[in-house]
Design a binder for this molecule. Structure first.
Ligand code: GDP
Ligand code: MG
Length: 451
């Protein structure tokens, strides 16, 4: 059997349209694992939950499976919304190793479902589709936490037929998006065909099946990519920059390679020069049993990938969400600073050419937006991370061509002084939290202008 020691935990991201059940699904996976009597085995990370392989195998109910899988478990990213996926970028790619796309089987595809699929296709990330809320199908009799095959057999023929009809609507939509898909237990080759698992995140039906398919995908697609050197310097991605009481600006980081220690020098991307600082504290969430402590966090001296951790250090205010973070030493510092700077510069645009302005919440979402607009050969003057500021508003207003006197804002705020200015100006502002809607809205606007 392959060497287990140097395999890191695969990172799993949950995506899909709002209200289709992403949070409930994660809660259920976490809850299920806790209920299985191994609460201590579940590790709560910052921004992530780790479910060890033994807990999953236990849930699957067949100890013989233990030897089939060599990954140590699965690390689920908890950050709400599917944008965590684009935030979790590494140079030119996605950091999440696997994904779950949740779609409400009764509602079908929605804008963020399409968007999730587009992003996954672009990054070639293996994923499973969860057709959620099967308990809402008329006549369904819930069987708490049971595997899909078992609960399905207990339903009446009518109900089974209703589920199949709805399921094949989902499969048809996937086909329209360029994916061959099938109910997961009818898939013979997961390399060619997407598995769709009918579940209820509410009752837990089908959850064991989701875990099983994820393990299978990890095994098939990822083994080669999951090797890491625990001794190497830590490498990660900034999930969020967060203000914490008494700590100031902190970073929620997913470390995907190597080790990070208290006192390490780290380099992080910012709008200007990369930040160089020393880790003052590494923080993890407290266990439920330790809630008597005042602080939500406890300190640790070192962490090893894959892990979610909060970093407290001086000077983190200007750090960019989605930026890389790397541990440096005296010999590597200059090189790493250059590397991170060029990585940020690759995504950012500031040409001063005639074109639109794009503002986004994270480096990853900015990268995705720039990609989409460039694909349609739309000229971009400036693209950067951050809210829409007064300065942005003024800059856009100096562009004479109405097609380019435009600000595109993704998941960002408009500062009040910018808002006042924009109301008096002819600058056209588009904001949304769906990438392709921004592209569509802009194209519609261009058409209207040209008529
Ligand atoms: P998110 O926006 O994708 O994170 O969706 P949530 O997990 O917050 O779920 C949205 C709503 O759908 C909540 O009211 C949930 O209780 C409900 N919900 C989620 N999963 C299920 C399910 O499997 N069955 C039913 N009946 N309701 C569900
Ligand atoms: Mg949610």
């Amino acid at each position: 059997m392959a060497d287990k020691k140097n395999l890191r935990t695969p990172i799993v991201c949950v995506m899909g349209h709002v209200d289709h059940g992403k949070t409930t699904l994660l809660d259920k996976i976490r809850g299920t694992a806790i209920v299985s009597g191994e609460a201590g085995a579940i590790t709560q990370h910052i921004g992530a939950t780790e479910v060890p392989i033994d807990v999953i195998i236990n849930k699957l109910g067949d100890p013989r499976l233990r030897d089939r899988f060599i990954v140590p478990g699965l690390l689920f990213i908890d950050t709400p919304g599917h944008h965590a996926f684009t935030t979790l970028r590494s140079r030119g790619g996605a950091l999440a190793d696997l994904a779950i796309v949740v779609v409400d089987i009764n509602e079908g595809f929605k804008p963020q479902t399409y968007e999730s699929l587009q992003i996954l296709k672009r990054f070639k990330t293996p994923f499973v589709v969860v057709a959620n809320k099967i308990d809402r199908i008329g006549g369904w009799v819930s069987q708490k936490d049971l595997p899909f095959a078992v609960t399905f057999k207990k339903q009446s023929e009518d109900v089974q037929a209703r589920l199949e009809t709805k399921l094949y609507e989902v499969i048809g939509e996937l086909y329209n998006q360029g994916f061959a898909a099938e109910r997961y237990d009818r898939v013979t080759n997961f390399q060619k065909t997407l598995g769709v698992v009918p579940v209820s995140a509410m009752t837990g039906e089908g959850i064991p099946d989701v875990l099983m398919v994820l393990l299978g995908l990890a095994q098939k697609f990822l083994e080669a990519n999951l090797h890491y050197s625990a001794k190497g310097p830590g490498v990660g991605t900034v999930l969020e920059v967060k203000e914490e009481k008494g700590l100031g600006a902190t970073l929620d980081v997913i470390l995907y390679d190597g080790t990070l220690k208290k006192g390490d020098t780290v380099v992080i991307g910012s709008l200007g020069k990369p930040i160089q600082t020393k880790v003052r504290a590494l923080l993890k969430p407290r266990e439920l049993s330790e809630m008597r402590y005042e602080s939500k966090f406890k300190q640790v001296n070192k962490v090893t990938a894959a892990v979610g951790v909060k970093i407290s250090a001086p000077g983190l205010e200007g750090a960019l969400a989605g930026s890389p973070i790397r541990v440096a030493n005296e010999d590597t510092l200059d090189e790493i600073v250059d590397q991170i700077k060029s990585e940020i510069d690759e995504v950012r645009i500031d040409t001063g050419a005639v074109g639109i302005m794009i503002k986004a919440d994270t480096l990853g979402s900015l990268e995705a937006l720039v990609h989409e607009f460039q694909k349609d050969e739309i000229s971009i003057r400036k693209a950067e991370v951050g809210d829409i500021s007064h300065r942005d508003a003024i800059e856009a207003s100096t562009v004479e061509d109405p097609l380019y006197s435009v600000i595109i804002g993704f998941n960002v705020k408009v500062h009040p002084d910018a808002r006042d200015f924009l109301q008096e100006s002819t600058v056209k502002v588009f904001t949304s939290d769906v990438i392709y809607r921004l592209v569509e809205d802009y194209q519609k606007y261009v058409k209207e202008q040209q008529e």
